[in-house]
Write a protein that binds this ligand. Structure first.
Ligand SMILES: Cc1ncc(COP(=O)(O)O)c(C=O)c1O
Length: 405
């Protein structure tokens, strides 16, 4: 018997990345790793979580915490999010908010909700690998999202039609994107809204890093801009995905979606079918911690990560050879490096681990068409300034050798 023959065609698209084997080595203590785009565990608000879990499990709350619950999510958390969203320019009702198990689940559900095989998803080249993986299971084709002024939007529609579907959405992380750390300016966001109007498609705005701005002025979320134009969330085509993973903790798996009510109602049915609801006790704990210290905690995080970002940018200036370029992010966790043409990020990783005990993520995997092999992603969030200085200096050394070979 071959169970593999029972797999649906979409399973063919689920492929393990080749770099996973290399990345397994990263637990070794002498390796300086800029690979994982993860928060520093030393900065988790652990005491606040202890108090919040103790409260959720006290005699007054335990029945609720441990029982089945509604698919929409824990009401006090949704109410907290209504205030939070109003604070970033998106006034909404609790009925516009669905709690998900991380924003990764939101991306999976939105792919499931919108993509029929052969439909088109517009994504940045490069874009968040997890979004490509989530959407990929629903058998779309990807086209390159270009917010340049001279770009003819009807080309997208034409190509989508030739492929036998239509453009269903544009997905992007407008603030400090994973992997490049770059931010889309207000003009680019406005262009995207116009483009979506012209194509009559949705916008999926991934706000995973939105709260982690270190300098420069905050730019309104795309949903806030669209809402300001239209005056009614129910008329908006932007769907906002948020996450507590980068601010409070990724381990609890709590994220959210804000969208027009018909979208939320359908997603609630999808959630019922998939996992009934996200764990109530985790939603209660996130709510407790968010109420107790969200702003103060995020402000500490910003100070800590800003210092690391600065250390990485300074070290790159000191150690990168001629011909290497990098982004200067105003927030988030990543710096994106473009190597000289012809240099391969995956081969460089192999060599960097063996020769210099330093690691990063090769950039090719973030491109839907497999291009961009001469790029790499460095994360500065999980290393202190001294390790960042040392790691970037090691990277400079291996790069210099690779360039002279
Ligand atoms: C851009 C972006 N979106 C979404 C996610 C998923 O995060 P979570 O499911 O933990 O909310 C990540 C995680 O790294 C990310 O970088």
């Amino acid at each position: 018997m071959k169970l593999e023959e029972m797999f649906a065609t979409r399973a063919d698209r689920l492929k393990a990345s080749e770099i996973r084997e290399l990345l397994k080595l990263l637990d070794q203590p002498d390796i300086i790793s800029f690979a994982g785009g993860i928060p520093d565990p030393a900065l988790f608000p652990a005491e606040a979580f202890q108090a919040a879990y103790a409260k959720a499990l006290d005699p007054q709350h335990q029945a609720k915490a441990l029982q089945y619950s509604v698919s929409e999510g824990y009401l006090p958390l949704r109410e907290w999010l209504v205030d939070h969203m109003a604070g970033i320019g998106v006034p909404c009702d609790v009925d516009n908010v669905l709690i998900t198990s991380g924003s990764q689940q939101a991306l999976d559900y939105l792919g499931k909700l919108m993509l029929s095989p052969g439909d088109t998803a517009l994504v940045n080249w490069p874009t968040y690998l997890g979004a490509l993986a989530a959407f990929n299971a629903y058998e779309p084709r990807f086209d390159r999202l270009d917010l340049g002024v001279n770009h003819d939007v009807s080309d997208y529609a034409d190509r989508a039609e030739v492929a036998g579907g239509r453009v269903k959405f544009a997905y992007l992380s407008a603030d400090f994107s994973n992997p490049t750390g770059e931010t889309v300016d207000a003009a680019g966001r406005a262009r995207l809204i116009d483009m979506a109007e012209e194509l009559d498609c949705a916008i999926i705005e991934d706000g995973a890093y939105q709260a982690l701005r270190y300098d420069g002025d905050a730019i309104q979320p795309i949903l806030a801009m669209e809402l300001a134009q239209k005056g009614d969330l129910e008329a908006c085509r932007t769907i906002y995905c948020g996450s507590f993973s980068k601010t409070l903790s990724p381990g609890l798996r709590v994220g959210w979606i804000v969208a027009a009510k018909p979208v939320i109602s359908k997603l609630v049915l999808m959630k019922q079918a998939a996992d009934l609801h996200s764990p109530t006790i985790n939603q209660m704990a996130i709510h407790g911690v968010a109420e107790a210290c969200f702003e103060a905690h995020v402000s500490n995080l910003r100070a800590a990560y800003c210092a690391r970002r600065d250390a990485m940018l300074a070290a790159l200036s000191d150690h990168m050879p001629e011909g290497v370029d990098w982004t200067r992010p105003e927030g988030g966790m990543f710096v994106w490096i473009t190597l000289p043409k012809g240099m391969d990020g995956a081969r460089l990783l192999d060599r960097a681990i063996r020769e210099e005990r330093v690691a990063f993520v090769p950039g090719g995997a973030f491109f839907a068409d497999g291009s961009g092999t001469n790029t790499i992603r460095l994360s500065f969030s999980n290393s202190d300034a001294a390790a960042i200085g040392e790691g970037v200096s090691r990277l400079g050394a291996v790069l210099r050798r690779a360039l002279s070979d």
